[in-house]
Design a protein around this ligand. Structure first.
Ligand code: IPE
Length: 251
């Protein structure tokens, strides 16, 4: 079977998380060059929000849901992440990748903060045409709460299953999951409780590294392992080589 890869680009990789929505163009062009040479038949890119979405989501308290008359935050947050998505798509396209932005606000529905539906037939069609869908953490309408934030990591978990991806990679700004400064080579549900995992000091409404691992352990329980590595090792991950990071497995 040929590889179908889902690749998450952390928001801290593609933006400067300490600034007010500053896109890291140098990082994006390096990533685009790595993706442009992948021989894989299918690759889906999912990216986080970093400083283009997290501060807005927090300001409008989207984690607490949205009531009628308080919907401004939906538009403001979606605009911020969509603008970042356009930058990611543009970087990929200038490297020759047939990238196309897809917004979860339009394709997905959530309930109590979790995706309950996400149209994927159009994604299958894009992949069949050799295109690279570029999806992102977004605000999504929520059946119970009005609206919620769906992280890129939650999208990875959902779409890896829906699109039957056999390889899942998460490019971050650290060499892997760190415990006491050292990379943890493998995480399983059994070893998870023995770890001391730190969190980012920047605004992160979706749970930082802990939230990421929870999603990936859920994915591993459904039969798909994943790999967390530093973005500088993206080429190694895409080539199926050792990347020096963390493997999340079902145990
Ligand atoms: C967050 O997505 C989306 C919004 C805040 C709208 P992520 O949670 O995947 O973003 P990063 O990777 O942590 O920045």
């Amino acid at each position: 079977m040929s590889d179908r890869i889902i690749l998450k680009l952390g928001g801290s990789v593609i933006t400067d998380k300490g600034a007010d929505c500053r896109v890291n163009h140098a990082a994006l062009s390096g990533i685009a060059a790595d993706i442009a040479v992948v021989p894989a038949t299918g690759i889906v890119v999912v990216h986080g929000a970093g400083s283009c979405g997290h501060p807005e989501a927090r300001k409008y308290r989207l984690d607490q849901g949205v009531a009628a008359g308080q919907t401004e935050g939906i538009a403001v947050t979606h605009r911020a992440v969509s603008a970042l998505n356009a930058e990611v798509v543009a970087a990929l396209r200038s490297a020759g990748v047939q990238a196309l932005g897809v917004h979860p606000l339009h394709a997905g529905v959530a309930d109590k903060g979790r995706l309950v539906a996400f149209e994927s037939r159009h994604l299958e069609k894009m992949l069949a045409l050799g295109m690279v869908p570029v999806i992102h953490g977004d605000v999504v309408m929520d059946l119970s709460r009005g609206a919620c934030i769906v992280s890129g990591d939650q999208l990875v978990r959902y779409l890896a299953v829906a699109l039957k991806c056999n390889r899942v990679g998460l490019a971050t700004d650290v060499p892997g999951v760190l415990d006491g400064g050292r990379v943890v080579p493998e995480i399983t549900p059994q070893t998870m409780y023995t770890l001391q995992i730190g969190n980012s000091s920047y605004t992160d409404v979706t749970g930082g590294m802990k939230g990421k691992i929870d999603e990936l352990l859920g994915l591993a329980a459904a039969g798909t392992g994943s790999d967390i590595f530093e973005v500088s090792r993206l080429g190694d991950f895409l080539a199926g080589k050792d990347h020096g990071g963390t493997k999340v497995r079902g145990g």
